[in-house]
Every structure is written in structure tokens, then in C-alpha cells.
Design a protein around this ligand. Structure first.
Ligand code: PMP
Length: 351
């Protein structure tokens, strides 16, 4: 530890993101990016900002994007918050909505940034075990808490919790914020945004990194009643009064407006997923039911770490987690058809 560090930095355990290799020849199926690229209309809107916008500060309210999201979901723009990737939006939510001294509840197998934010903001937490089929069981959340958070579909399992279960959870915990992290909702799930008007304790977060293929732009958002949105605004304005740069606001707004491209590319990913699941099963893999742009699969006779290593030798990267209960699984992003085929060919030669 350096003498220049604040004492709390010594104990911070930061999040370790999936590998971003420098080599472009690799088939990169490890961080759930979208193979199809952003909407051409989003690219055009961003180019216009490069030509004529960067001299000026962005709009501190991000109104153009908030309105585009509000139009898409048919909610008032006062219900929308935008930030630099949903990671940042989540950080503000932990900071502003979960600091109550009671434990935050989340699944024991889930997005590994949650315990990191708890460490950063000193929030006690209690991981709740998934059931034997790797599903979230809402009855297990029936205990005192300072909030509840889970991804839907869950990551890295890909499993979806139906909207009726989310509604029951909201009703059972009227005094807690329930945050539904919908990073992957557009690949087959039903969004909880439909419940926001009825439940003041619901906050839904989403990202443009997956279904809108803008991971490099860093844009995320939250939708909830103004009482929750105001907490996020207060926190954000205490760090940086500009939520997003001008390129990001214009590109993300155009991406939300281009529904046709969004629907077409999501459909292609979903179709590829169904095909990949079938082929992986034919190779002997067990695959959890996925509503995301990735699958979570294990081979009953093969060690997952060894498989990941062998795939890597053939230039294909997938994600492997060391957590004991899931150490025999591989998380594999749905790529373009030729990437998925390269994966299947490689597995065929390894098995
Ligand atoms: N939530 C979940 C469940 C995720 O898997 C991710 C992506 N790693 C994020 C949030 C964050 O996405 P981003 O910061 O790119 O919006």
C-alpha cells in the first residue's frame, strides 16, 4: 500500500472484466457483445456530432436520449435516468438507494460487480442461493433486507424470471427498492418496465451494450418513478453534471429510435442461439435455458477449464468462472453464424 492512498483503497477488491484481447483474428465469444454492430442511423447521428458538436458541452439533462427511451417504453421522460454504461447507473443506485445498514440481497450466482459495489460503498450483503436448477426462487428473498437486486435474465446463467414472480417480489417488499438489471432482456424476456407505474419500489436498468451493440460507447439507463430517479440524479450531479458526451447522447437516442434494426438484429441473435443450443446438445453438452445473447453449458465428461483452454488454442475465447458451483460451465456469447460454426467445429475436434 502506498502512503499516498486513502486507507479504504487498501481493502478495495475491484471488478475484473472479461478479457479484451488485442488480436483481432480471435473469435471473441467471451463478453456478450453483439456481432451485428450498431444501427446505421446511430452511426450517422454520431458522425454528425463529430463534424459539428464536440466544441460544445453536452446537454446536462441528456434530454434527447431520455425522450427517445421514454417514447420507446411509453413512459414520461421524468421516469428515465441515463449514464455511462449500466455499470455506472448501478453504482449510483447502490450509492443512493441501498445504503440502509440492512443487507442487500442478490443471487449467489450473479453479476460479479454487485459485491464490488457493496465493498466500495460499505453495504452489507447476503447472497441467496439459486435453486437446484439454477433458478431464482423468490420465496428465498423473504427476509429482512435493505434492497434486492438481480439480473433478468440472470448472468451468467441466462435464466429468466417471469414477470409474475417479479410482481410478487415487489408486493412482498414494499419498503425495499427492487432493482431488476435487464442488461439482456431484449433477447427473449419481458421487460419489467410495464410494472414501473404501479410499483414505486421498482427500478429497472438497461444497457445499450448488448441488444443495441454499442458496448464501446458506454451508455446505460434506469427507469423508475421520479422519487428513485431523483436519488440517481443527486448522486450523479455530485460526481459529474454531464451524464454523457454529445456523441453518446446522439448515437444512443438514434439507436433507440431505430426499432426496425433493433428488432431484426435481436431476432437474428435469438435464432442463432436456438441453433447453437441444438448443436451443442448434439455434442453432448447440457445447456441451461437461455433468454440472453449467451448460453451457459457444461459437458458431463469434460472439464470446463480444460475445454476453454483447448478452444483458446484454436483462437476461440469463451468465459469460464472459478466459483465452485459453476466451475464446470462455459459461458459462450452468441456470435455471427460463422463464429458459432467455428466454435462448433473446434469443439467437434476437441471432444
Ligand atoms: N449488468 C449485467 C448483468 C451485465 O452482464 C453487464 C455487462 N457486463 C452490465 C450490467 C453492464 O453493462 P454496461 O456497463 O456495458 O452497460
Amino acid at each position: 500500500m502506498s502512503k499516498f492512498w486513502s486507507p479504504f483503497v487498501k481493502d478495495l477488491v475491484p471488478y475484473v472484466p472479461g478479457e479484451q484481447p488485442k488480436l483481432t483474428r480471435l473469435v471473441k465469444l467471451n463478453t456478450n457483445e453483439n456481432p451485428y454492430g450498431p444501427s446505421p442511423k446511430a452511426l450517422e447521428a454520431m458522425r454528425a456530432q463529430l463534424d459539428d458538436g464536440l466544441r460544445l458541452y453536452p446537454d446536462p439533462s441528456g434530454d434527447q436520449l431520455r425522450q427517445a427511451v421514454a417514447d420507446f417504453y411509453q413512459v414520461p421522460s421524468s421516469h428515465v435516468f441515463v449514464g455511462n454504461g449500466s455499470d455506472e447507473v448501478l453504482a449510483h443506485a447502490f450509492h443512493g438507494l441501498f445504503q440502509h445498514g440492512r443487507p442487500l440481497l442478490f443471487p449467489d450466482i450473479s453479476y460479479s460487480f454487485y459485491p464490488v459495489y457493496c465493498g466500495l460503498y460499505g453495504i452489507p450483503f447476503e447472497p441467496i442461493a439459486l435453486d437446484e436448477s439454477f433458478q431464482i426462487r423468490i420465496e428465498d428473498y423473504d427476509r429482512p433486507n435493505g434492497g434486492i437486486i438481480f439480473p433478468n435474465p440472470n448472468a451468467p446463467t441466462g435464466c429468466l424470471l417471469p414477470l409474475e414472480a417479479i410482481e410478487r417480489l415487489l408486493q412482498a417488499h414494499p419498503d425495499s427498492v427492487v432493482l431488476v438489471d435487464e442488461a439482456y432482456i431484449d433477447f427473449g424476456g419481458q421487460t419489467a418496465v410495464a410494472l414501473v407505474q404501479r410499483y414505486p419500489n421498482l427500478l429497472v436498468t438497461q444497457t445499450l451494450s448488448k441488444s443495441r451493440s454499442l458496448a464501446g460507447l458506454r451508455v446505460g439507463l434506469a427507469i423508475g418513478q421520479p422519487e428513485l430517479i431523483e436519488a440517481l440524479e443527486r448522486i450523479k450531479n455530485s460526481f459529474n453534471s454531464y451524464p454523457l458526451d454529445r456523441v453518446a447522447i446522439a448515437g444512443a437516442a438514434a439507436a433507440f429510435a431505430d426499432r426496425e434494426y433493433f428488432q431484426q438484429t435481436c431476432t437474428r441473435v435469438i435464432e442463432s442461439r436456438e441453433l447453437l443450443v441444438e448443436r451443442m446438445q448434439a455434442l453432448g453438452f447440457e445447456v441451461l435455458p437461455s433468454a440472453a445473447n449467451f448460453i451457459f453449458a457444461r459437458h458431463p465428461q469434460r472439464d470446463a477449464a480444460a475445454l476453454a483452454g483447448a478452444l483458446r488454442e484454436q483462437g476461440i475465447i469463451v468465459r469460464h468462472f472459478k466459483q465452485p458451483r459453476i466451475a464446470q460451465f462455459l459461458r459462450i456469447t452468441i456470435g455471427a453464424p460463422e463464429q458459432n460454426q467455428a466454435l462448433l467445429d473446434a469443439l467437434g475436434s476437441i471432444l
